[in-house]
Design a protein around this ligand. Sequence first.
Ligand SMILES: Nc1nc2c(ncn2[C@@H]2O[C@H](COP(=O)(O)OP(=O)(O)OP(=O)(O)O)[C@@H](O)[C@H]2O)c(=O)[nH]1
Ligand SMILES: [Zn+2]
Length: 336
Amino acid sequence: MRRYGKHTDEDDIRSRPNRKGNRPRTNIRPKHEDAAWGMVLTVDRGRLTCLVEDRAVMAMKARELGRKAAVVGDRVALVGDLSGRKDTLARIVRIEERSSVLRRTADDDDPYERVVVANADQLAIVTALADPEPRPRLIDRCLVAAYDGGLEPLLVMTKSDLAPPDKLLELYGDLDIPYVVTSREELDSGGAADRVREHLAGRVTAFVGHSGVGKTTLVNALVPQERRRLTGHVNAVTGRGRHTTTSALALPLAGADGWVVDTPGVRSFGLAHIDPSRVIHAFPDLEPGTEGCPRACSHDEPDCALDAWVEQGHADPARLYSLRRLLATRERTEGD
Ligand SMILES: Nc1nc2c(ncn2[C@@H]2O[C@H](COP(=O)(O)OP(=O)(O)OP(=O)(O)O)[C@@H](O)[C@H]2O)c(=O)[nH]1
Ligand SMILES: [Zn+2]
């Protein structure tokens, strides 16, 4: 994984025009020698905590960056006071191009997409087998966002002590998506964290899930208190499972090289920003069946080949129902 530290790139902010196309004013040019690379760990009302070498450095975005927001997971160039000491504030002068972006909107009518996490390799979709009931359509939405943003999905099914995973495995077990099933007992023994950790080594994994599924419990098991202290997040994740900001929070994995990015619990996952034609990629069991579809098929018309595909037993009818519902409504309501 990349290391964060001294920024040696020749292409520094001084040679780049600002958003009006003008060269930045002389007096606001950052000193190149001072710039260092960091990773954004969390964002709280315009204040960003960045990991620089092994220090947590508070920073603000430089004005030259305009409206472009830095989000958790972003790799940024920083100048100014990089000591990480209390009451110091560095400046972010550049955001590196992202290798992936997890985006969502508040609902399917919301024109404002937000980037939840940048540069994550993997999306762990946490779903409880009971309490709260699993919601396949929310899982499907997360899968769409993962494929669209360039993240590999991982399914984590919690609370198998309360209900068996059979129904979800019928839907997702054959899709080539790795999955882990955990229980209360395995949480207590450490077995749950061990099995999830096997999928996280050397990667940045964003965890998403509906409120109450046990995401925070799991993240706490993966990242013990002393690891959090390394990045200044001593009390960032509280007992009741909510950290104080509404932003995601990157935490260094214990026992393996990798990052866990905890995100606030969601009730919905809006996909207003995603073109309907790309939704099918999150349905690898159905996608091959669309070869027989007419051009620009909406997959909800009489000639759609997917009905026959399902009748021939290539995919579960519930999956086609999910796809159609997602395409048709694209509307996030509580019951969806
Ligand atoms: N029975 C059972 N309960 C669990 C399991 N995992 C977590 N819980 C419980 O589920 C409840 C919710 O867990 P949290 O970790 O707070 O859930 P969360 O997904 O972080 O929820 P938000 O903070 O709202 O995002 C807690 O009371 C946990 O103790 C499990 O495997 N089995
Ligand atoms: Zn079709």
